[in-house]
Write a protein that binds this ligand. Structure first.
Ligand code: UDX
Ligand code: ADP
Length: 463
């Protein structure tokens, strides 16, 4: 079976870049990305490629090449569903904030709405591909909704988890470690799997395309993220031990990572991991384990999250204790708000939690992030509901550059490892700060010796 039209529901961090790359690599396939958020679609269609709703290095070039040729962004969800042979579901699946499974299970309401919409609109057979991160057995739920249509339409459900990391999405999509496709292992299922394999085979070698049953595929996504996050929490736990013993976590990390059985990646101690996947996926894993009565399994993985929460809170506490146990009325500059560099995504960013803790102490926070807009920063803080929106806008100022943010500050906290912070004129920043000038580097971004020479009192995690 050859696919000629694809629809993707959800034009976010996953749907947008993924479809842009598929469209670039498969010019014979018409790819339409739809979203209910009209502003998002307008931004995807913007002539100004700096205005795309997702910032991702290299994305603008791919969009420029394919958009209008075989890549389209639209709010006409029904039309795109109707004409496509293959439909990707790429909507958000946040952690539930209410009811059963609150703070742990994934909220599947957006997925269910999509399935119902597909069921309502489809007149011909469809392959439905789950692209969002979902708890194991979601495919079953989608299938059950779709099979209720009674229109004689056949639906095949595939799981095709996304392993791209934000900030390197285009490279990850162009050159993936593997592509994972789960489907039903019967004749129709295998036909659907092959249709998707053929799309990826346009640019990925076949030995990197794995096919499995649906549940293995769904679970593998959660496990991959849980393992990665576990490495970060493991090295972060050691960072605290290093601070107490005089070891240097970077040296430990290097020594440990050179063991080929362990490997060097994901061993950078930091202020804590963020992003839309790690926490959510582990919570999902914990919830699934609990629902099967596997309490030890659940507790094991939950510890990865607890360690991460501790790391964020420990960083904020360090700022407080170093500033003589009072930050009330003091200006603290936070450089970076995104959960890592090269993205404008702030979901679960450590910066939000560190800021929140300092705001509880009545600090004045001055933020600068090269790609995050001020309304996003206020929305992130307001969402926590720790204090009124008025109080947040009074205590938090957002600036357009590092120099403004750091002017007259008592301390600087580096929250995101943006390259441009390395290139700042740190002497100039120092000269304009209150003394003693403290700097807390949550990302090992700056050279401590250089900072010391200038006169900064500096703190890095794990040293
Ligand atoms: C992750 C997975 O890597 C990706 O495969 C999956 O599909 C989605 O989730 P992402 O959340 O975009 O991707 O970012 P990632 O690069 O994994 O970083 C996650 C967080 O861990 C960031 O906050 C990052 O700063 C932090 N991190 C990463 C560390 O603190 N130390 C490290 O050594 C690596
Ligand atoms: P992700 O990181 O998983 O891509 P995002 O929040 O960036 O998550 O993107 C998900 C997108 O899905 C959002 O733009 C949202 O508006 C869209 N969306 C959610 N539900 C629906 C729906 N029923 N139909 C169309 N789009 C939807």
């Amino acid at each position: 079976m050859k696919i000629s039209k694809i629809c993707c529901i959800g034009a976010g961090y996953v749907g947008g870049p993924t479809m842009a790359v598929i469209a670039q690599k498969c010019p014979e396939i018409k790819v339409t990305v739809v979203d209910i958020n009209e502003q998002r679609i307008t931004d995807w269609n913007s002539d100004n490629l700096n205005k795309l709703p997702v910032f991702e290095p290299g994305l603008d070039k791919v969009v420029e090449e394919a958009r209008g040729r075989n890549l389209f962004f639209s709010i006409n969800v029904d039309k795109a569903i109707e004409e496509a042979e293959m439909i990707f579901i790429s909507v958000n699946t946040p952690t539930k904030t209410y009811g059963k499974g609150k703070d742990m299970a994934a909220d599947l309401k957006y997925i269910e709405l999509c399935a119902r919409q597909i069921a309502k609109v489809a007149k011909t057979d469809k392959i439905v591909v789950e692209k969002s991160t979902l708890p194991v057995r979601t495919a079953q739920a989608i299938k059950s909704i779709l099979s209720q249509t009674g229109k004689g339409v056949n639906f095949q459900i595939l799981s095709n988890p996304e392993f791209l990391a934000e900030g390197t999405a285009i490279q990850d999509l162009l050159n993936p470690d593997r592509i994972l496709i789960g489907g039903e292992l019967n004749e129709k299922g295998i036909e659907a799997i092959n249709a998707l394999v053929n799309i990826y085979a346009s640019w990925v070698s076949k030995d990197k395309i794995l096919t499995t049953n649906v549940w293995s595929s769904e679970l593998s996504k959660l496990v991959a993220n849980a393992f990665l996050a576990q490495r970060v929490s493991s090295i972060n736990s050691i960072s605290e031990l290093c601070e107490s013993t005089g070891a240097d976590v970077r040296e430990v990390s290097r020594a440990v990572g050179m063991d080929s059985r362990i490997g060097s990646k994901f061993l950078n101690a930091s202020v804590g991991f963020g992003g839309s996947c790690f926490q959510k996926d582990i919570l999902n894993l914990v919830y699934i384990a609990k629902s099967y009565g596997l309490n030890e399994v659940a507790d094991y993985w939950e510890q990865v999250i607890l360690m991460n929460n501790h790391q964020k809170s420990r960083f904020a506490s360090k700022i407080l204790s170093t500033l003589y146990n009072t930050v009330s009325g003091k200006k603290i500059a936070m450089l970076g708000w995104a959960f890592k560099k090269d993205t404008n995504d702030t979901r679960e960013s450590a910066a939000i939690y560190v800021a929140d803790q300092l705001l509880e102490e009545k600090a004045n926070i001055a933020v600068y992030d090269p790609k995050v807009e001020s309304n996003r920063i206020y929305a992130d803080l307001n969402y926590l509901n720790s204090r009124s929106e008025d109080e947040n806008s009074l205590l938090v100022q957002v600036h357009n550059n590092s120099y403004e943010a750091c002017k007259d500050a008592h301390a600087i906290a580096i929250m995101t490892e943006w390259d441009e912070f390395k290139d700042c004129d740190w002497q100039r920043i120092y000269d304009n700060m209150l003394k003693p000038a403290f700097i807390f580097d949550g990302r090992f971004l700056l050279d401590r010796e250089e900072l010391k020479k200038i006169g900064f009192k500096s703190f890095s995690i794990g040293i």
